[in-house]
Design a protein around this ligand. Structure first.
Ligand code: NAP
Length: 383
């Protein structure tokens, strides 16, 4: 009898369409191959973002939320968020509503990928980003709005801080509770997966009571794992240390081999994710996942790249690698291995989309759909 693996998916806006269509059958074939037809994916299509707004008048229909909640996993393409005005990010809302407090973004060099580094093979670390707090909480008010004027008056009258009335203001909340549960999740992951080091990334020298506190609270939790962690480099234990965020941007370029897991507050983790993706070819190959205690949503680091919408050019590798992460999460390790191996072989043979080809010498790019077909065929032909 065939075991049905049900996976809800959100196609995404912009280039999300092309990426989904190039990836769907590759993901199906990975499962088919891995389990000799004994398991099969059943997709549930869900609406969110621009498509949901056009079809239902809502950015995030209740049915989408209920289905993700019921199945506890989903894979999603990127969703567009207008800059400066318009609606707030549906991506951020999804993370908040399901309390997906851990964002995981592996940064791993695959042989064959282009890189600005001399020794890119040293790049193999994971960025973990706290996903619910910090400036992403969305507590901010436009300059000269009623709310910002109330806030500015409060600051002036009660806190002795004087700012001009044309100041826009935002609040950066980082809590002990939020930091501690995030740190615990990541340390448990590090121990379970035999990782070598965990580095807290913060700007605590300047933002003492938010990012500085994040560092302190992370150490507080880490001290509770004294049998597994070391703060001084003891052998056979996981090294726990910290770096100031600006220095971290330099470290990942000059000494990537020294880093293994980066533990970041929300905004640092966001910035660092794109910068580190550049070390291994770019956003087209950077997968990610968001975990809470009940639900996990898998999504690429990249956005909807609207200028490439419908052009069949975008790189679906990030999305496919998200699929591999999802397979591991639901205990389909063999399908994940097969998929990752096929991607590595394809990239290793210089069969790549425009974003990678333009960084390589004499390589003709393939289309998004062609790339998916090549990988699918590679999986089909696997002994
Ligand atoms: P972006 O969509 O990530 O695109 C930035 C650039 O990265 C693209 O122009 C392209 O570079 C490259 N790129 C991104 N995805 C690629 C892929 N699959 N293959 C090859 N190259 C890729 O970032 P953005 O332009 O800043 O944001 C666009 C929209 O996406 C915004 O509305 C933003 O809010 C949203 N966004 C959503 C998510 C999410 O859904 N989780 C995350 C980030 C941003 P070149 O132009 O150099 O080829």
């Amino acid at each position: 009898m065939t075991d049905i693996v049900t996976i809800p998916y959100i196609e995404g806006d912009g280039a999300g369409d092309d990426i989904w269509h190039a990836s769907k059958e590759v993901l199906e074939e990975s499962v088919q191959k891995a389990y000799g037809g004994k398991k099969r994916i059943k997709w549930i299509s869900l609406l969110a973002g621009e498509k949901a707004l056009a079809k239902t008048g809502e950015l995030l229909p209740e049915e989408t939320l209920q289905t993700v909640k019921a199945h506890q996993v989903a894979i999603k393409g990127p969703l567009t968020t207008p800059v400066g005005g318009g609606f707030r990010s549906v991506n951020v809302y999804l993370r908040q509503i399901f309390d997906l407090y851990v964002c995981m973004r592996p940064i791993r060099f695959l042989p064959g990928l282009p890189s600005p580094l001399k020794k890119p093979e040293h790049v193999n670390f994971i960025i973990f980003r706290e996903n619910t707090e910090d400036l992403y909480k969305g507590i901010e008010w436009r300059a000269e709005s009623k709310e910002s004027l109330i806030f500015l008056t409060f600051l002036r009258e009660k806190m002795g801080v004087s700012l001009t009335d044309d100041t826009g203001v935002g609040v950066k909340p980082i809590s002990r509770t939020g930091t501690a549960r995030f740190t615990r999740w990541v340390l448990d992951y590090a121990i379970k997966n035999n990782r070598k080091a965990v580095t807290v990334v913060h700007k605590g020298n300047i933002m003492k009571y938010t990012e500085g506190a994040f560092r302190e609270w992370a150490y507080e939790v880490a001290r509770g794992y004294a049998d597994k962690l070391t703060f001084s480099g003891e052998k056979d234990k996981i090294l726990f240390n910290d770096r100031i965020a600006d220095n971290m941007f330099l470290q990942v370029i000059l000494r990537p081999e020294d880093y293994d897991i980066l533990l970041c507050p929300n905004l640092n983790g966001d910035y660092l994710s794109d910068a580190c993706a550049a070390l291994i070819g770019g956003l087209g190959v950077a997968p990610g996942a968001n975990f809470g205690d009940n639900v996990a949503i898998f999504e690429p680091t990249h956005g909807s790249a609207p200028k490439y919408a419908g052009k069949d050019l975008s790189n679906p590798t990030s999305f496919l690698l998200c699929g591999a992460m999802l397979f591991r999460h639901i205990n389909l390790e063999k399908a994940a291995d097969i998929l990752e191996y096929a991607i590595e072989e394809t990239v290793g043979n210089k069969i790549v989309t425009y974003d990678l080809a333009r960084q390589m010498d004499n390589v003709r790019p393939v289309r998004c759909s062609e790339y998916g077909e090549v990988i699918k065929k590679r999986i089909e032909q696997r002994a």
